[in-house]
Design a protein around this ligand. Sequence first.
Ligand SMILES: [Zn+2]
Length: 255
Amino acid sequence: MPENSNKPEDLFSRHYILPEIGRNGQAILLRSHVAIVGVGAVGSRIAEFLIRTGVGRLTLIDFDRVEFSNLSRQTLYTWEEAEKNVPKVEAARRHLNEIIPTCQVFPINEKITSENISSLLKSADIIADGTDNIGTRYLINDYCRQARKPWVYAGVVATKASVFPVLPDGACLRCAFPEPPPKSALPVAADAGILAASTSIAGARASTLILRILLHDKPEQFWETWDIWAGTVSRLSIADLKKAGGNQKCPLCDN
Ligand SMILES: [Zn+2]
């Protein structure tokens, strides 16, 4: 390709030469549909990475509005959107389609609940966790288990990012942690703070796991925790997590 080539057809040219994607993989991604629950710091990073990689359809689900306290790490949003307090899904859709207008983005300005989860997620191939809410993660886990859909957990606190891929024929979140831990046991960003770069590593790693699952390159199931400040990563297997939790049975999978 000549250096001065500048055509929309070149959009994914760097993926065609990447053995992990290639032309066939790109065609699969363009046909794929990912639902992202929560488009805060991590969800908006996942959305941007996925649209730039050419995932053809993204559904964004969030009922929050852009606020000034978001701008330190939520990279899709602007000062003006915080001033106008616009719905995040609307702002995200606009920015994502400014980057790549040929991919479809469906904004859903609603809270996900046990009543609407099936209608909101049923057409997606995979679900991305962009929430900061443990209850919603268990809701996604239980729905995905029953609907046999894969999903990817992503959470960030302070300088640490954790990700965990959940596959229909593998372990689920409840296999590792049968019940949601009490709120008081969980550090949250509002108390512990959050570094922008740790949300980028969560978004980068979670979106890569999503691409691998979409491309049928099944990732191994590890609970990964990256510390961007220390420059370390720990990987815990399901056996490690179950042992740490006293080897309780999963109430969904009977593992
Ligand atoms: Zn399970």
